[in-house]
Design a protein around this ligand. Sequence first.
Ligand SMILES: Nc1ncnc2c1ncn2[C@@H]1O[C@H](COP(=O)(O)OP(=O)(O)O)[C@@H](O)[C@H]1O
Ligand SMILES: [Mg+2]
Length: 563
Amino acid sequence: MSSFPTQAAGVPVLVLREGSNRSRGREAQHGNITAAKVVAQSVRSALGPKGMDKMLVDNFGDTTITSDGRTILDEMDIQHPAAKMLVEVAKTQDNEAGDGTTSAVIIAGELLSKAEELIEKNVHPTVIIEGYRKAAAKALKTLDKIALPVDLKSSDFLKKAATTSMGSKIVAEYKDYLADLAVKAMLAVSEKEGRVRKADVDDVKVEKKTGGSLLDTSLIYGIVLDKEIVQSGMPKRVEKAKIALIDASIEIEKTELDAKINIEKPEMIEAFLDEEEKILREMTDKILASGANVVVCQKGIDDMAQHFLSRKKVIVIRRAKKSDMEKLAKASGGKIVSSIDDLSASDLGYADLVEERKIGDDKMTFIEGCKNPKSVTLLIRGATQRMTAEAERSIHDALCVVRDLIQEPKIVAGGSAPEMEMAGALRKYAEIIPGREQLAVRIFADALESIATTLAENAGLDPVDILAELRTRHEKGETWAGVEVLSGKVQDMSKVNIFEPLSVKKQIIKSANEAASMILKIDDVISSGKMNAPPTPPGGMGGGGMGGMGGMGGMGGYPGGEF
Ligand SMILES: Nc1ncnc2c1ncn2[C@@H]1O[C@H](COP(=O)(O)OP(=O)(O)O)[C@@H](O)[C@H]1O
Ligand SMILES: [Mg+2]
C-alpha cells in the first residue's frame, strides 16, 4: 500500500517517490472521517451559554482562554488534512457570518459521523452527497419560511440578537452593556445604499487597554489612537479640532546619494542650517495656512517642524498607521493628502475634541465628537489582558450579528428551535425522496438535532428527554420551542428573547454541508514522503494544553497511520 507500484510487463513502475504513502477506499474515508469527528468533538462542549471554556497553550507557553469555536480551532496545532478542512469550516463561517462557528463544526462532524454509518451499510458516498445536497436546500427553504422580518427603525431586535451572541461567551455577565455598545457602533457606521443598508465591521475600530473593568469599555464617536502627542510643549487638548491628515514626511528629504559638502567657513554652516530651517518653516506655514490645529502624520516629522507647530498650539501625532489614517478620514470627514503643497482648508477633518489621556499605563489620543462619523472606536477595558482579548472576540461576534441583521433584516429564535424545525421538515421531505438518498436526508435531520442534544448535554440536562419533548412540541406546531439552558426547560425561545440572524443559521447549513461533502468525496489519500516527518513538534497538538480532549491521541499519528 505504501509504495504505489504498478506491474507493467513484469517491471514494477514506481509513480510516487519512495516513502510516499497511500490509502484508499474505505480506509481513506474512515481515516478522514475519524479525524474530522475528533475536531468536532473538541468544540462540542463549548456550545451555548452553558458551554465550557477552553484554555489553549501555544508553543511559547502563552495561554488563551476562550469559548469561541474558531479561536479554539485556530489555536490548536492541527495537522491532519481532513481535520484541517473542519478548521476551514470555522473560518468560512466566521468570515461569512461572524457567528455560529461552533454550530457549523458540530453539524459538519455529525454529518460525517452519520454518513459513515451509511457507508458501512454499503450506501455509496456519492448517494449520500446528493441526498445531503437536497436536504441542505430544503433546510434553507425551511429557514426562509420561518424567519421573521425585523424593522430596523427600532434597534430592539439588533440588541436582542447581539445580546444572544454574547450570552454564550465568557463575558456574558456584561452582555447587556457590551451588546448595547456593539449595536450603537454598528448603526453609526452603517449607510443606506439604494434600498438596502450596508455595514462593515472594519469601520468599527477596536482598541483594548488592560485596566479598569469591562464596564469601563466605551464607544467613541471618532478614533482612538494608541499614540501620544509628539511634544510635551503642545497642548493636551484642542476643542473644535480641524485635523490635517498627511501622508508625507514633514522632514527635509535625505538625499539618496552620499553627498558631501565641504564647509570652509563657519558662515557656511549657518547658511546651511538657515536653509533647512527655511524649508521646514515653509512646510509648517502651509499647514498652518490651511487652518489646521491638529496634524496627524503617517510619516515622521522633524523636531524643528514640531517646534514651529507647537508654538502655534497645534497638536501633532506622527507615524500613525495607514489603517488608522483611513479610519480617521472616515470618522472626521477629512481627506488624506500626500503632499503638503496640496493641503487646503477643505481637506481638514473635524472633531469636537482632540485630547491625550492616560489610559492604564499608556497615553492615548482621543479624536472624538466627529460629526456623523463613518468610523468609530470601541475601547475595551478589562482587568487582565486575557479578559480584554476574549472581550474583543466576543464583541467581534456581536458586531457581525448586528451587521448581518442590518444587511438582511430577518431573524430566527435560537436554542435549537430552528434546527428542530428544519429536522422536522426534512423527515417529511424524506418520505417523497426515492431510493437511498432518502436515508441521507434522514440522517441530515439527525445531524441538525445534535444542536439540541449538545445544548442540553452542556447544560447538564438529559438530552434524550429534551429531544423527545422538542420533537413533540414542534410536531404540534410550536415553531420556536427550544431548550432554554439557563432555566433548563423547553420553552418558546422567542418569548425569552433569544434571537439570531437568519443569515448566520443559513451559513451554518451551507458551511457544514460543503465541508462534509468535500470530505466524503475523497476516497484516495496520497501523501508525499515529506509528510512522514513526525507530525507534531514537541508541545504541539499532543501537549497543546487541550487536556480532556479524549481521542486526540489518534490525531497525532494520523488515524490508521496512513500518512
Ligand atoms: N439562553 C439560551 N438557551 C439556549 N440556547 C441558547 C441560549 N442562548 C444562546 N443559545 C444558543 O447557543 C448557540 C450558540 O452558541 P455559541 O457558543 O455562541 O456557538 P456558535 O459558535 O455556534 O455561535 C445557538 O444555537 C443559540 O441559539
Ligand atoms: Mg455564538
